[in-house]
Design a protein around this ligand. Sequence first.
Ligand code: ZN
Length: 170
Amino acid sequence: MNGWKVVSCVKPNNQKHKMIKQLLTTVVVSALLSSTVFAAEGGHSHKTIAGPRGGKILDSEPLHAEFFVQADKKVSVIFYNSTLKPVAPTSQQIKVIAESKTGKTTLEFEKNGDAFISKAILPEGDGYRVVVQIKNDVAAKPQNFRIDYKAGICQECKQAEYACTCEHAS
Ligand SMILES: [Zn+2]
């Protein structure tokens, strides 16, 4: 403010102080890190998280999957590792069963880049149950995920209604 530059002179004393400060920071950071690890070990969090592409994250194993309805109403499923980095599709088998008012429709999927895309579009309308079936390979046990498919946008979280991350159950 007064135009004077603060000239820092490094006294040995200063250096020592800096080292202690650094050491303390390291201790605090590692304490924080280990408590995070403990929290993760204590139980997998099931809080709803937003999918990187605005879809719904399915708690599949070993990879998480994101159910996302494209603008053309085709469904895309993308797999993610534990840090939500996309993982290219391999041997997984995806099936979506839409239980609309006009009956059940099964959508088959094909690999397309880093996603699985349904060959057909979802049935007309919304407000129906969708079952996403994931198999890690042809012989694996299927993992089923039920989603209430609503096409609108949630006013609170601005996510698609089917992928709403709000705490209220709706
Ligand atoms: Zn919401």
